[in-house]
Design a protein around this ligand. Structure first.
Ligand SMILES: C[S@@+](CC[C@H](N)C(=O)[O-])C[C@H]1O[C@@H](n2cnc3c(N)ncnc32)[C@H](O)[C@@H]1O
Ligand SMILES: [Zn+2]
Length: 365
């Protein structure tokens, strides 16, 4: 088998033909490894969909709090590569499981503190088995990647209904809506097994969405999930938007029928304390993307306790046919007028604010 030694951060690893590796995901792997460290307490980890093992090996090498790590992968070609990589990086408390994820998790009851789901495309088919297998666990951390952004955020509306049971909204804040649909879908599966879901961070980046959730056992906690489901209404004509338990069928401003997305997760996307501990820990790491990570984490802090959408400055200016002012000036003016306002990690031209579209238009006209 042809193989070559690669490097990612301080990790050396082997690749082989037919074993998946995407260098574009390095940022995501660093971000998540940092999150593993920020959890702090000792963890037993399942790196599922592990391919070469690069993700889990990084978690194990970069953090002191990994008690044990299992790697699960269905591809025959990956096992020898993974074993070589474990040896190369001197990872001892580890095992390689060659199985289909869904078969593994429905074959008994498991007790992982941290489960990594990093599949191709949608994670939806793997949620039910995760909660089934982990049903006896009081709490655990669930890290989920979705690379089907065309489905969650884009033009693939039918596929979104099929895989996520929600209508998407392909508009200026679609990446936030897509993230909220993903969390809602995870929470739906969690509900069926009496688990509550608490997002620790929600990252929309490059071609993927990554969320880390704390999962807690209890029927009352599952009920709290449902309390956080709702709808986002959007007027294509004037840009008015709102969110709530029910859809707002008519635009409050121009009285046309609104478009909508939902059900979506209307709860918080991040946990403030958790983001702060990631920021603190990131300063001690020497990641190639350390600066970009800090920037994203700080932008995420702005998104806490804010409406479930943002305003894209360029789209808003185009709507009223005016030139685009400096985003910082608009933010400053909104703040001066008493509105909670800040940038968002979803896009460079986005503004998170509790101001309505009328106030924003007044300021940029
Ligand atoms: C996106 S890649 C994983 C990338 C890897 N975690 C990394 O960071 O490089 C998805 C992997 O999941 C494996 N896979 C796909 N379906 C699976 C299933 N049902 N059970 C287990 N592994 C599966 C594929 O063989 C592939 O290696
Ligand atoms: Zn309107």
């Amino acid at each position: 088998m042809k193989s070559e030694i690669m490097k990612e951060g301080s990790i050396s690893f082997n690749l082989a033909k037919n074993v998946f590796y995407n260098p574009e995901m390095q940022f995501c792997r660093s971000f998540c490894s940092l999150a593993v460290g920020a959890i702090g307490k000792k963890l037993t980890v399942l790196d599922a969909f592990s391919a070469s093992g690069i993700r889990g090996i990084r978690y194990a090498k970069e953090n002191r709090n990994l008690a044990k790590i299992d790697f699960l992968e269905a591809n025959d070609a990956a096992t020898p590569v993974l074993k070589r990589n474990l040896k190369l990086n001197k990872i001892k408390k580890a095992s390689a499981i060659k199985k289909l994820y869904e078969k593994y998790f429905t074959s008994g009851f498991f007790s992982y503190d941290f489960v990594e789901i990093d599949p191709f495309g949608t994670p939806a088919p793997y949620l039910w088995s995760t909660f089934y297998g982990q049903v006896k666990k009081k709490e655990f951390y669930l890290s989920v990647t979705a690379t089907d952004t065309a489905v969650l955020c884009g033009p693939e509306a039918k596929a979104c209904l099929k895989n996520y049971h929600s209508k998407n909204l392909n508009n200026e804040f679609t990446h936030e809506t897509g993230t909220r649909i993903l969390i809602k879908r995870i929470a739906e599966s969690a509900n069926e097994f009496d688990f509550g879901t608490i997002p620790l961070f929600s990252l929309s980046d490059r071609h993927y969405i990554k969320v880390l959730l704390k999962i807690e056992k209890g029927a009352a906690k599952a009920h709290q999930n449902i309390e956080k489901f709702g709808f986002i209404s959007y007027c294509n004509k004037c840009g008015f938007r709102s969110s709530g338990k029910r859809m707002q069928n008519e635009c409050k401003l121009c009285k046309v029928t609104t478009d909508y997305s939902g059900p979506v997760w209307l709860g918080e996307l991040h946990d403030k304390k958790f983001l702060e501990s990631m920021i603190k820990l990131n300063k001690k790491r020497k990641y190639e993307h350390a600066e970009e990570i800090e920037k994203k984490l700080k932008l995420m802090l702005n998104e806490i306790n804010m409406p479930a959408y943002f305003y894209d400055l360029h789209v808003t200016c185009k709507r009223i046919k005016t030139s685009v002012p400096k985003i910082d000036d608009v933010i400053k003016k909104l703040k001066t007028r008493g509105f909670k306002t800040g940038r968002t990690h979803f896009t460079k031209t986005g503004i998170k604010t509790d101001a309505g579209i009328e106030e924003i238009k007044k300021i940029i006209r």
